[in-house]
Design a protein around this ligand. Structure first.
Ligand SMILES: C[S@@+](CC[C@H](N)C(=O)[O-])C[C@H]1O[C@@H](n2cnc3c(N)ncnc32)[C@H](O)[C@@H]1O
Length: 374
Protein backbone atom coordinates (compact mmCIF):
# COMPACT_ATOMS: atom_id res chain seq x y z
CA UNK A 1 0.00 0.00 0.00
CA UNK A 2 1.01 3.62 -0.49
CA UNK A 3 1.30 5.56 2.76
CA UNK A 4 2.08 9.12 3.84
CA UNK A 5 3.50 9.86 7.29
CA UNK A 6 3.28 13.34 8.80
CA UNK A 7 6.16 14.60 10.92
CA UNK A 8 7.41 17.82 12.59
CA UNK A 9 9.24 20.08 10.14
CA UNK A 10 12.96 19.30 10.14
CA UNK A 11 12.53 15.62 11.04
CA UNK A 12 11.55 14.33 7.60
CA UNK A 13 14.85 12.45 7.15
CA UNK A 14 14.47 10.89 10.62
CA UNK A 15 11.05 9.52 9.67
CA UNK A 16 12.37 8.28 6.31
CA UNK A 17 15.13 6.35 8.12
CA UNK A 18 12.68 4.89 10.63
CA UNK A 19 10.43 3.71 7.79
CA UNK A 20 13.33 2.07 5.93
CA UNK A 21 14.45 0.35 9.16
CA UNK A 22 10.91 -0.93 9.74
CA UNK A 23 10.51 -2.34 6.22
CA UNK A 24 9.07 0.46 4.03
CA UNK A 25 10.38 1.20 0.54
CA UNK A 26 10.13 3.71 -2.35
CA UNK A 27 10.55 6.53 0.14
CA UNK A 28 10.13 10.20 -0.84
CA UNK A 29 10.49 13.09 1.58
CA UNK A 30 8.51 16.33 1.41
CA UNK A 31 8.06 19.26 3.79
CA UNK A 32 6.48 17.80 6.96
CA UNK A 33 5.72 14.44 5.34
CA UNK A 34 7.24 11.26 3.96
CA UNK A 35 5.60 8.95 1.43
CA UNK A 36 6.45 5.28 1.08
CA UNK A 37 5.14 1.86 0.15
CA UNK A 38 4.86 -1.14 2.43
CA UNK A 39 3.11 -4.45 2.98
CA UNK A 40 0.43 -5.03 5.64
CA UNK A 41 2.86 -6.31 8.29
CA UNK A 42 5.08 -3.25 7.93
CA UNK A 43 2.06 -0.96 7.98
CA UNK A 44 0.91 -2.36 11.31
CA UNK A 45 4.49 -2.48 12.66
CA UNK A 46 5.17 1.22 12.06
CA UNK A 47 2.30 2.06 14.42
CA UNK A 48 4.16 0.33 17.25
CA UNK A 49 7.66 1.57 16.49
CA UNK A 50 7.66 4.87 14.65
CA UNK A 51 8.60 7.41 17.29
CA UNK A 52 8.73 10.53 15.12
CA UNK A 53 5.53 10.37 13.04
CA UNK A 54 2.38 12.23 14.03
CA UNK A 55 0.06 10.14 11.89
CA UNK A 56 -0.08 7.79 8.93
CA UNK A 57 -2.45 8.12 5.97
CA UNK A 58 -3.06 5.39 3.42
CA UNK A 59 -3.54 6.78 -0.06
CA UNK A 60 -6.68 5.40 -1.73
CA UNK A 61 -7.08 7.58 -4.83
CA UNK A 62 -5.87 10.61 -6.70
CA UNK A 63 -7.68 12.53 -9.43
CA UNK A 64 -7.62 15.90 -11.21
CA UNK A 65 -9.73 18.36 -9.25
CA UNK A 66 -10.24 22.02 -10.03
CA UNK A 67 -13.82 22.78 -9.02
CA UNK A 68 -16.92 21.59 -7.18
CA UNK A 69 -18.17 19.19 -9.85
CA UNK A 70 -14.77 17.52 -10.52
CA UNK A 71 -14.47 17.05 -6.75
CA UNK A 72 -17.94 15.50 -6.46
CA UNK A 73 -17.39 13.18 -9.45
CA UNK A 74 -13.80 12.35 -8.54
CA UNK A 75 -14.69 11.27 -5.00
CA UNK A 76 -17.63 9.17 -6.21
CA UNK A 77 -15.76 7.40 -9.00
CA UNK A 78 -12.26 6.96 -7.59
CA UNK A 79 -12.93 4.58 -4.69
CA UNK A 80 -15.22 1.68 -3.79
CA UNK A 81 -17.15 3.47 -1.02
CA UNK A 82 -19.93 0.89 -0.98
CA UNK A 83 -17.43 -1.80 -0.01
CA UNK A 84 -15.49 0.27 2.56
CA UNK A 85 -18.28 2.33 4.10
CA UNK A 86 -21.47 0.41 4.93
CA UNK A 87 -24.29 2.73 5.96
CA UNK A 88 -24.10 1.66 9.64
CA UNK A 89 -20.49 2.91 9.88
CA UNK A 90 -19.78 6.55 10.68
CA UNK A 91 -17.18 8.78 9.10
CA UNK A 92 -15.48 12.14 9.28
CA UNK A 93 -13.68 14.23 6.67
CA UNK A 94 -10.54 16.35 6.96
CA UNK A 95 -9.29 18.65 4.24
CA UNK A 96 -5.91 20.29 3.73
CA UNK A 97 -4.67 22.48 0.86
CA UNK A 98 -6.83 24.25 -1.70
CA UNK A 99 -7.35 25.02 -5.39
CA UNK A 100 -8.44 28.39 -6.79
CA UNK A 101 -12.13 27.50 -6.67
CA UNK A 102 -12.03 25.17 -3.65
CA UNK A 103 -10.50 27.41 -1.03
CA UNK A 104 -12.78 26.77 1.97
CA UNK A 105 -11.97 23.46 3.63
CA UNK A 106 -15.38 23.30 5.33
CA UNK A 107 -17.19 23.69 2.00
CA UNK A 108 -14.86 21.13 0.35
CA UNK A 109 -15.53 18.62 3.14
CA UNK A 110 -19.28 19.14 2.74
CA UNK A 111 -19.03 18.40 -0.98
CA UNK A 112 -17.10 15.17 -0.28
CA UNK A 113 -19.73 14.14 2.28
CA UNK A 114 -22.52 14.80 -0.26
CA UNK A 115 -20.75 12.79 -2.94
CA UNK A 116 -20.36 9.75 -0.67
CA UNK A 117 -23.78 9.86 1.01
CA UNK A 118 -25.63 10.55 -2.29
CA UNK A 119 -24.01 7.39 -3.67
CA UNK A 120 -24.98 5.36 -0.59
CA UNK A 121 -28.57 6.64 -0.70
CA UNK A 122 -28.92 5.95 -4.42
CA UNK A 123 -28.05 2.28 -3.84
CA UNK A 124 -29.27 1.51 -0.30
CA UNK A 125 -31.73 4.31 0.39
CA UNK A 126 -29.80 5.03 3.58
CA UNK A 127 -26.51 6.71 4.44
CA UNK A 128 -23.68 6.81 6.96
CA UNK A 129 -23.70 9.44 9.67
CA UNK A 130 -20.90 11.82 10.40
CA UNK A 131 -19.18 11.36 13.77
CA UNK A 132 -16.74 13.99 14.95
CA UNK A 133 -15.61 12.22 18.14
CA UNK A 134 -15.59 8.55 17.33
CA UNK A 135 -15.75 7.92 13.57
CA UNK A 136 -15.16 4.49 12.04
CA UNK A 137 -13.43 6.00 9.03
CA UNK A 138 -11.53 9.29 8.75
CA UNK A 139 -11.23 10.40 5.14
CA UNK A 140 -8.52 12.91 4.34
CA UNK A 141 -8.38 15.01 1.18
CA UNK A 142 -5.32 17.00 0.19
CA UNK A 143 -5.64 19.53 -2.63
CA UNK A 144 -2.61 20.87 -4.45
CA UNK A 145 -2.17 22.23 -7.98
CA UNK A 146 -5.59 20.97 -9.13
CA UNK A 147 -4.79 17.45 -7.93
CA UNK A 148 -6.80 15.74 -5.18
CA UNK A 149 -5.22 13.00 -3.06
CA UNK A 150 -7.67 10.97 -0.99
CA UNK A 151 -6.41 8.95 1.93
CA UNK A 152 -7.60 7.18 5.07
CA UNK A 153 -6.21 8.27 8.43
CA UNK A 154 -4.94 5.27 10.40
CA UNK A 155 -5.47 6.45 14.01
CA UNK A 156 -7.88 8.87 15.67
CA UNK A 157 -5.22 10.23 18.03
CA UNK A 158 -1.83 11.47 16.98
CA UNK A 159 0.91 8.92 17.68
CA UNK A 160 2.98 11.54 19.51
CA UNK A 161 0.64 11.04 22.48
CA UNK A 162 2.28 8.14 24.25
CA UNK A 163 0.06 7.99 27.33
CA UNK A 164 2.87 8.53 29.87
CA UNK A 165 2.45 12.28 30.15
CA UNK A 166 -0.75 13.19 31.97
CA UNK A 167 1.22 16.05 33.49
CA UNK A 168 2.93 18.63 31.29
CA UNK A 169 5.27 21.31 32.60
CA UNK A 170 5.87 24.70 31.03
CA UNK A 171 6.17 24.65 27.23
CA UNK A 172 6.65 20.87 26.93
CA UNK A 173 8.16 19.35 23.81
CA UNK A 174 5.95 17.06 21.76
CA UNK A 175 7.12 13.49 22.33
CA UNK A 176 7.83 12.81 18.65
CA UNK A 177 9.85 16.01 18.30
CA UNK A 178 11.92 15.05 21.38
CA UNK A 179 12.44 11.60 19.92
CA UNK A 180 13.57 12.91 16.52
CA UNK A 181 16.00 15.36 18.13
CA UNK A 182 17.48 12.48 20.15
CA UNK A 183 17.84 10.36 17.04
CA UNK A 184 19.91 13.17 15.51
CA UNK A 185 22.29 13.06 18.52
CA UNK A 186 22.72 9.29 17.94
CA UNK A 187 22.55 8.60 21.71
CA UNK A 188 22.15 4.85 21.96
CA UNK A 189 21.98 4.21 25.69
CA UNK A 190 25.67 3.60 26.30
CA UNK A 191 26.90 6.99 27.55
CA UNK A 192 25.54 9.06 30.47
CA UNK A 193 22.72 11.47 29.64
CA UNK A 194 21.75 14.72 31.38
CA UNK A 195 18.89 17.13 30.68
CA UNK A 196 19.81 20.44 32.33
CA UNK A 197 16.22 21.76 32.38
CA UNK A 198 14.06 18.70 31.97
CA UNK A 199 10.58 20.22 32.45
CA UNK A 200 8.10 17.35 32.27
CA UNK A 201 10.90 14.94 31.36
CA UNK A 202 10.06 14.27 27.71
CA UNK A 203 13.65 14.04 26.44
CA UNK A 204 14.70 11.52 29.08
CA UNK A 205 11.67 9.24 28.74
CA UNK A 206 11.94 9.23 24.96
CA UNK A 207 15.71 8.66 25.12
CA UNK A 208 15.43 5.54 27.27
CA UNK A 209 12.40 4.12 25.49
CA UNK A 210 13.82 4.56 22.03
CA UNK A 211 17.29 3.30 22.88
CA UNK A 212 15.64 0.11 24.24
CA UNK A 213 13.12 -0.03 21.37
CA UNK A 214 10.15 -0.02 23.74
CA UNK A 215 6.98 -0.19 21.57
CA UNK A 216 4.30 2.52 21.67
CA UNK A 217 1.26 1.24 23.52
CA UNK A 218 -0.91 4.30 23.91
CA UNK A 219 -3.53 3.75 21.18
CA UNK A 220 -6.36 1.54 22.35
CA UNK A 221 -7.70 1.08 18.84
CA UNK A 222 -6.59 2.03 15.36
CA UNK A 223 -8.87 3.21 12.58
CA UNK A 224 -7.33 0.64 10.24
CA UNK A 225 -9.08 -2.05 12.30
CA UNK A 226 -12.31 -0.81 10.62
CA UNK A 227 -10.94 -0.99 7.09
CA UNK A 228 -12.46 -3.44 4.62
CA UNK A 229 -9.09 -5.17 4.00
CA UNK A 230 -7.94 -5.26 7.67
CA UNK A 231 -5.76 -8.36 8.16
CA UNK A 232 -6.43 -9.24 11.77
CA UNK A 233 -4.04 -12.21 11.89
CA UNK A 234 -1.10 -10.16 10.57
CA UNK A 235 -1.97 -7.29 12.94
CA UNK A 236 -2.13 -9.56 16.00
CA UNK A 237 1.13 -11.19 15.01
CA UNK A 238 2.88 -7.79 14.79
CA UNK A 239 1.28 -6.62 18.03
CA UNK A 240 2.39 -9.77 19.84
CA UNK A 241 5.93 -9.44 18.56
CA UNK A 242 5.98 -5.81 19.75
CA UNK A 243 4.44 -6.32 23.19
CA UNK A 244 6.16 -9.61 24.07
CA UNK A 245 9.60 -8.17 23.33
CA UNK A 246 11.76 -8.43 26.45
CA UNK A 247 13.18 -5.05 27.41
CA UNK A 248 16.12 -4.93 29.83
CA UNK A 249 16.73 -1.70 31.69
CA UNK A 250 19.63 -3.08 33.74
CA UNK A 251 22.44 -1.81 31.52
CA UNK A 252 21.30 1.78 31.24
CA UNK A 253 23.96 4.40 31.98
CA UNK A 254 23.39 7.26 34.43
CA UNK A 255 20.43 9.41 33.32
CA UNK A 256 19.85 12.70 35.17
CA UNK A 257 17.11 15.32 34.86
CA UNK A 258 17.24 18.71 36.56
CA UNK A 259 14.30 21.08 36.98
CA UNK A 260 14.25 24.21 39.13
CA UNK A 261 10.47 24.60 39.41
CA UNK A 262 9.04 22.47 42.25
CA UNK A 263 5.63 21.82 40.64
CA UNK A 264 7.11 21.03 37.24
CA UNK A 265 9.66 18.74 38.88
CA UNK A 266 6.80 16.90 40.57
CA UNK A 267 5.12 16.51 37.17
CA UNK A 268 8.33 15.01 35.75
CA UNK A 269 8.34 12.54 38.65
CA UNK A 270 4.74 11.51 37.88
CA UNK A 271 5.59 11.10 34.20
CA UNK A 272 8.71 8.99 34.91
CA UNK A 273 6.57 6.76 37.06
CA UNK A 274 3.78 6.55 34.42
CA UNK A 275 6.44 5.49 31.92
CA UNK A 276 7.77 2.89 34.41
CA UNK A 277 11.15 4.64 34.46
CA UNK A 278 11.23 6.16 37.96
CA UNK A 279 14.09 3.86 39.00
CA UNK A 280 16.25 4.69 36.02
CA UNK A 281 16.23 8.48 36.05
CA UNK A 282 17.75 10.60 38.81
CA UNK A 283 15.73 13.77 39.28
CA UNK A 284 17.14 16.93 40.86
CA UNK A 285 14.85 19.79 41.91
CA UNK A 286 17.37 22.61 41.81
CA UNK A 287 19.30 25.01 39.61
CA UNK A 288 21.27 23.13 36.92
CA UNK A 289 24.59 24.32 38.42
CA UNK A 290 23.91 21.93 41.35
CA UNK A 291 24.26 18.86 39.10
CA UNK A 292 27.20 16.79 40.27
CA UNK A 293 28.38 13.96 38.11
CA UNK A 294 31.82 13.05 36.90
CA UNK A 295 32.55 11.23 33.66
CA UNK A 296 34.94 11.97 30.83
CA UNK A 297 32.17 11.71 28.23
CA UNK A 298 28.42 11.82 27.84
CA UNK A 299 25.54 13.76 26.33
CA UNK A 300 23.91 16.88 27.78
CA UNK A 301 20.63 18.16 26.36
CA UNK A 302 18.78 21.35 27.04
CA UNK A 303 15.50 22.90 25.92
CA UNK A 304 15.79 26.15 27.87
CA UNK A 305 13.25 28.96 28.00
CA UNK A 306 13.87 31.24 25.03
CA UNK A 307 11.84 34.30 25.79
CA UNK A 308 8.92 33.61 23.45
CA UNK A 309 6.76 31.32 25.49
CA UNK A 310 8.56 31.51 28.84
CA UNK A 311 10.62 34.16 30.54
CA UNK A 312 11.65 37.63 29.54
CA UNK A 313 14.60 37.83 27.14
CA UNK A 314 16.76 40.16 29.25
CA UNK A 315 16.37 38.03 32.36
CA UNK A 316 17.38 34.99 30.35
CA UNK A 317 20.75 36.40 29.25
CA UNK A 318 22.16 35.56 32.69
CA UNK A 319 20.78 32.01 32.47
CA UNK A 320 22.52 31.38 29.14
CA UNK A 321 25.79 32.91 30.37
CA UNK A 322 25.75 30.69 33.46
CA UNK A 323 24.97 27.65 31.33
CA UNK A 324 27.99 28.25 29.06
CA UNK A 325 30.33 28.81 32.04
CA UNK A 326 29.04 25.75 33.92
CA UNK A 327 29.39 23.40 30.95
CA UNK A 328 32.93 24.53 30.12
CA UNK A 329 33.99 24.22 33.77
CA UNK A 330 32.38 20.88 34.66
CA UNK A 331 31.71 18.89 31.49
CA UNK A 332 34.74 19.17 29.27
CA UNK A 333 34.82 16.24 26.81
CA UNK A 334 31.01 15.89 26.68
CA UNK A 335 28.67 16.64 23.78
CA UNK A 336 26.01 19.31 24.33
CA UNK A 337 22.84 19.75 22.24
CA UNK A 338 20.69 22.84 22.68
CA UNK A 339 17.23 23.50 21.26
CA UNK A 340 17.51 27.18 20.50
CA UNK A 341 14.56 29.36 19.61
CA UNK A 342 16.41 32.63 20.04
CA UNK A 343 19.80 33.41 18.46
CA UNK A 344 20.26 36.54 20.54
CA UNK A 345 20.22 34.41 23.71
CA UNK A 346 22.22 31.47 22.35
CA UNK A 347 25.26 33.66 21.65
CA UNK A 348 25.54 34.36 25.40
CA UNK A 349 26.66 30.75 25.90
CA UNK A 350 29.96 31.87 24.33
CA UNK A 351 30.47 28.41 22.85
CA UNK A 352 31.31 27.44 19.29
CA UNK A 353 28.76 25.16 17.64
CA UNK A 354 29.72 22.34 15.29
CA UNK A 355 26.28 21.70 13.74
CA UNK A 356 22.95 23.54 13.45
CA UNK A 357 19.78 21.81 12.25
CA UNK A 358 16.58 23.83 11.57
CA UNK A 359 13.49 22.36 13.24
CA UNK A 360 10.05 23.69 14.09
CA UNK A 361 8.90 23.45 17.71
CA UNK A 362 5.14 24.05 17.69
CA UNK A 363 5.53 26.64 14.91
CA UNK A 364 8.58 28.34 16.46
CA UNK A 365 11.56 28.32 14.11
CA UNK A 366 14.31 26.66 16.16
CA UNK A 367 17.81 25.31 15.72
CA UNK A 368 19.02 22.03 17.19
CA UNK A 369 22.64 22.95 17.90
CA UNK A 370 25.56 20.67 18.66
CA UNK A 371 28.55 21.77 20.74
CA UNK A 372 31.64 19.81 21.68
CA UNK A 373 32.47 21.04 25.19
CA UNK A 374 36.18 21.85 25.56
C1 LIG B 1 11.08 24.92 27.79
S1 LIG B 1 10.94 24.18 29.33
C2 LIG B 1 11.52 22.52 29.08
C3 LIG B 1 10.43 21.63 28.62
C4 LIG B 1 10.81 20.18 28.54
N1 LIG B 1 11.73 19.89 27.45
C5 LIG B 1 9.53 19.32 28.41
O1 LIG B 1 9.38 18.62 27.42
O2 LIG B 1 8.69 19.40 29.30
C6 LIG B 1 12.28 24.86 30.24
C7 LIG B 1 12.33 24.43 31.68
O3 LIG B 1 13.53 24.93 32.26
C8 LIG B 1 13.29 25.12 33.64
N2 LIG B 1 14.37 25.98 34.16
C9 LIG B 1 14.50 27.32 34.00
N3 LIG B 1 15.63 27.74 34.62
C10 LIG B 1 16.23 26.66 35.18
C11 LIG B 1 17.41 26.46 35.94
N4 LIG B 1 18.20 27.49 36.26
N5 LIG B 1 17.73 25.20 36.32
C12 LIG B 1 16.93 24.16 36.00
N6 LIG B 1 15.77 24.29 35.31
C13 LIG B 1 15.43 25.52 34.88
C14 LIG B 1 11.90 25.77 33.63
O4 LIG B 1 11.29 25.67 34.91
C15 LIG B 1 11.19 24.98 32.53
O5 LIG B 1 10.46 23.90 33.09
Amino acid sequence: MKVIGSVPEGLEKCLAKEIVDLGGFNIDTYKRSVSFECDYATFYRIHFFSRVAFRFYREIARFPCHDRSSLYEGVRESFNWLQWLPSEKTFNIKVTGKTSSLSHSHFTALEIKNSITDLQRSVWNKRSNISLDNPDLVIHLHLNNDLAVLSLQSSVNSLHKRGYRPAVGNAPLKENLASGLLKITEWNGTKPLIDLMCGSGTFLIEAINQSLKVPLKSQKRYLFENWFDFKKDIFLDERNKATKKVVTFANLPKVIGCEINKDVCHQAKVNFSMAGLENYIELLNDDFTKIQFKSSEGLILCNPPYGKKLGDENELIDLYMRMGEFLKKKFSGWEFWLLSGNRRLTKHLKMKSSLKIPVSNGGIDCRWIKYLIR
